[in-house]
Design a protein around this ligand. Structure first.
Ligand SMILES: CC(=O)SCCNC(=O)CCNC(=O)[C@H](O)C(C)(C)COP(=O)(O)OP(=O)(O)OC[C@H]1O[C@@H](n2cnc3c(N)ncnc32)[C@H](O)[C@@H]1OP(=O)(O)O
Ligand SMILES: CC(=O)C(=O)O
Length: 538
């Protein structure tokens, strides 16, 4: 039977103390539902004594039937006051939650400097506050702020602070590495010593200022802590909190503790991405376990080995945390990368013949010129389909012209004239756009619509230009990356040239070719009358 670890999520409280993170009451509700499905045991919703958004959250969350306990956060009573009249403590009680977390000082230096009171008064503040909330039938959790710094400075006082909370009914005493400056060995030693003196279950709350929050949490658990506090994606004050997305799989898959069920652990990647979407913060691609690149293989030697057995370059099966294996194709690719991609696409690429080697050489040469296929899967797929003879011709370009006009009384208008050949027929169209690329896109679609009406379902969703060799100033090459979407998919294409219009054209054409793979319609069955579209035959 594996040891159960209580998972306390503070994304909605400490997470929102991270720079750039702000969650509405509605956002918090959505995240709480997701956390509940993930199986965390406590969800710290916020600080009802702080703002009305958090008060709204606590009112609304009561209507939901969650498995997790919702906890409200606050601090011990103000110095020189009585707990029963403390506005923040009363707000916690009024919020109607089952559990409360109170932060209280455990470092004598903080008592003198931040609170500017006596050591005795701080102990009384802890005792009174816990006694008051416990008397209201609440489960109380003591976040012993700066516990490790306090213990190193005055261990007797730090332990006395824990004992006061224990005496007053705290269900958990949580040792906080508030400044994030403690090292794993120290954490292990101090937690072990505390266990000898305190019978209340111990929790751990660490910050990531030395990039050790996860390691420190693991060290604490190995020394006997049984509650872990942390946030999704490690959001939190300064450098962040301990990242539950790393802690949960480390504890469960590596150390044999039980945090959530195996099925819930598979929801981890989805939860991390969902929370980052709601928080509007891009997830680092290389985030362990849940990042997009956590199981992405780029080096040819790696890919060659994972094709034989994934274990060669993967420390766990990505599916255990809901992630998946990916293979990137770049100038570091070998034939194995292409073989993997071809298998993924169900393409018959013959590794024995010289064409595959030629294809790798061509990809490497294009990457050298500035193309980047790892961010342009659709352009790569088109190349692979072409090489395996599995690509129908959508159209061929005869010519295009662009006109950009700025007049005194009008804003800038771009016009594109496109001449293409489709199924042997020459089509000539003109269209305006709010920029040259948009005008080209519009004119090309107009030309193709009668043959491929499905083209209406897709649109460009992102357009990025990057100068590749800055030194050459305006003569530099540019790389254009286009993201396109239809109702259910999105895909990326790339173009490179010294001319931004040409680079955009390449990426645009790839985007449209990709969208129309396997969707050719005969001209006879086209639905839209050519006249309506203003098409001219040549
Ligand atoms: C380690 C942590 O992450 S603790 C959590 C930190 N999170 C937050 O601060 C976010 C929410 N905070 C808030 O909304 C506000 O700070 C409030 C509502 C709590 C308090 O606001 P204010 O009354 O305006 O006080 P302010 O924030 O300026 O200062 C904090 C006060 O709390 C006191 N205080 C700090 N810690 C404690 C404690 N553990 N117990 C009692 N009082 C405390 C400070 O001494 C200071 O009092 P002072 O003004 O007499 O010096
Ligand atoms: C309580 C808390 O957030 C800390 O001590 O870091």
């Amino acid at each position: 039977m594996s040891t159960i670890i209580s998972v306390f999520d503070t994304t909605l409280r400490d997470g929102t103390q991270g720079e750039g993170i702000s969650l509405s009451a509605e956002d918090k509700i959505k995240i709480a539902l997701k956390l509940d499905t993930l199986g965390v045991h406590y969800i710290e919703g916020g600080n009802p004594g702080s703002n009305s958004k958090d008060i709204e959250f606590f009112q609304r969350v009561k209507q939901l039937k969650l498995q997790a306990k919702i906890t409200a956060f606050g601090s011990t009573r103000r110095k020189g006051a009585i707990a029963e009249s403390d506005a923040n403590l009363n707000r916690i009680i009024e919020s109607g939650v089952q559990a409360a977390t109170l932060v209280g000082k455990a470092w004598d230096f903080h008592v003198h400097t931040a609170l500017q009171t006596t050591l005795e008064e701080n102990l009384a503040m802890i005792y009174d506050s816990f006694r008051y909330l416990s008397s209201k039938g609440m489960e109380t959790i003591y976040d012993a702020e700066h516990f490790f710094d306090g213990y190193k400075n005055n261990s007797e006082y730090a332990i006395a602070a824990l004992k006061k909370a224990e005496e007053a009914g705290a269900a958990w005493v949580v040792l906080c590495d508030t400044n994030g400056g403690t090292l794993p060995g120290e954490i292990h030693e101090i937690v072990s010593r505390v266990r000898e003196q305190i019978s209340t279950p111990i929790g751990i709350h660490t910050h990531n200022d030395c990039e050790l929050a996860v390691a420190n949490t693991l060290a604490a658990v190995q020394a006997g802590a049984r509650q872990i506090q942390g946030t999704i994606n490690g959001y939190g004050e300064r450098c962040g909190n301990a990242n539950l997305c790393s802690i949960l799989p480390n504890l469960q898959l590596k150390l044999g503790y039980s945090c959530v069920t195996d099925d819930q652990l598979k929801l981890l990647t989805g939860t991390a991405r969902y929370v980052s979407e709601i928080a509007n913060v891009n997830m680092p691609v290389n985030q362990p376990y849940v990042g997009n690149a956590a199981f992405a293989h780029k080096g040819g030697i790696h890919v060659s080995a994972i094709l034989k057995d994934s274990k060669t370059y993967e420390h766990i099966q990505p599916e255990l945390v809901g992630n998946k294996q990916r293979v990137l194709v770049s100038e570091l690719a070998g034939q194995s990368n292409l073989l993997f991609k071809a298998q993924e696409l169900n393409l018959n690429l013959n590794m024995e013949n010289t064409e595959t080697r030629a294809m790798i050489d061509r990809i490497k040469e294009l990457e050298h010129q500035g193309y980047q296929f790892e961010g342009a899967d659709a352009s790569l797929e088109l190349m692979l389909r072409e090489a395996s003879g599995d690509l129908e011709e959508i159209f061929t370009l005869e010519s295009f012209k662009l006109l950009v006009e700025k007049t005194k009384d009008r804003s800038v208008v771009s016009e594109a004239i496109v001449k293409v050949k489709v199924h042997g027929e020459t089509v000539y169209t003109a269209a305006e756009g709010n920029g040259p690329v948009n005008a080209l896109d519009n004119a090309l679609r107009k030309a193709l619509y009668q043959f491929y009406p499905q083209i209406d379902d897709m649109h460009l969703s992102d357009y990025k230009v990057r100068v590749i060799n800055e030194k050459d100033a305006t003569a530099a090459k540019v790389r254009v990356l286009i993201e396109s979407t239809d109702f259910s998919n999105s895909w990326n294409t790339v173009g490179v040239s010294e001319n931004v219009i040409e680079a955009s054209w390449q990426a645009l054409v790839d985007s449209i070719r990709y969208a129309l793979i396997g969707k050719t319609r005969s001209p006879q069955s086209a639905e839209a009358p050519r006249e309506r579209l203003g098409l001219v035959n040549h």
